[in-house]
Ligand binder design. Structure first.
Ligand SMILES: N[C@@H](CCC(=O)N[C@@H](CS)C(=O)NCC(=O)O)C(=O)O
Length: 202
């Protein structure tokens, strides 16, 4: 398999962590690329010109991080990313993580293309409020305190931890950990695991 990625994409980092968690590192060749440069190989793999994109062994090209997660879940070994016994909880938290990632990423891209006035726009203000609400909701999530039976990461762990790391990486002024001690402690635990550490943003 081949995975198109770069070192700063939260969506690509999520998939990279999943590849490692599923013991598929040897089976996946990393194709480092710039999604903004219309790299012909990426465009062939994903006409949307977005990373991550995964080429399966049968040549089928997959886009969208969550669809790739679904595919990887059926391959490899190790603990499930989406355990059936915690299905609704994991999908609920992963939804919050994806919402946070989308709001943060779109804020960064809007600033890059429209300048600082992007933040003052109607959409910029909506994104800012969404980030605050999502962080406040995460701080209240009961699952944060539940000791897990295994150290294996779920889709929820990966999504939320990567979204928080992305906020610290690209929007440090948000100071997401301020006044959110439960979320900070949870994040510290998840980011001390090997596959999260080795894929840190650069
Ligand atoms: N919903 C997509 C989002 C992917 C995405 O936006 N990737 C960004 C990099 S973080 C990208 O490739 N952007 C290039 C573009 O939009 O042209 C997913 O979950 O995979």
């Amino acid at each position: 398999m081949e995975l198109f990625l770069n070192s700063s994409s939260p969506y690509a980092r999520m998939v990279r962590i999943m590849v490692l968690e599923k013991g598929l590192a040897e089976a996946v060749t990393l194709r480092w690329c710039d999604p903004w440069s219309d790299d012909p190989a990426l465009l062939e793999a994903n006409p949307a010109a977005r990373i991550p994109a995964l080429i399966a062994d049968d040549g089928t090209a997959l886009g969208e991080s969550l669809l790739i997660a679904f595919y990887l879940e059926g391959l490899g070994h190790g603990q499930p990313l989406i355990p059936a016994s915690r299905l609704s909880e994991v999908l609920h938290l992963a939804g919050l993580g994806q919402g946070l990632m989308d709001a943060a990423f779109n804020t960064v891209i809007a600033r890059k293309h429209q300048g600082s006035e992007a933040d003052a726009s109607v959409l910029g203000q909506r994104r800012k409020r969404a980030i605050t609400r999502l962080l406040d909701q995460l701080e209240l999530e009961p699952e944060l305190d539940v000791p897990q039976a295994t150290t294996a990461l779920t889709l929820a762990d990966i999504s939320v931890a990567v979204a928080l790391d992305y906020l610290a990486f690209r929007l440090p002024e948000v100071s997401w950990a301020k006044d959110r001690p439960r979320l900070e402690a949870w994040h510290r635990r998840i980011t001390s695991t090997e596959n999260v550490k080795t894929t840190a943003f650069q």
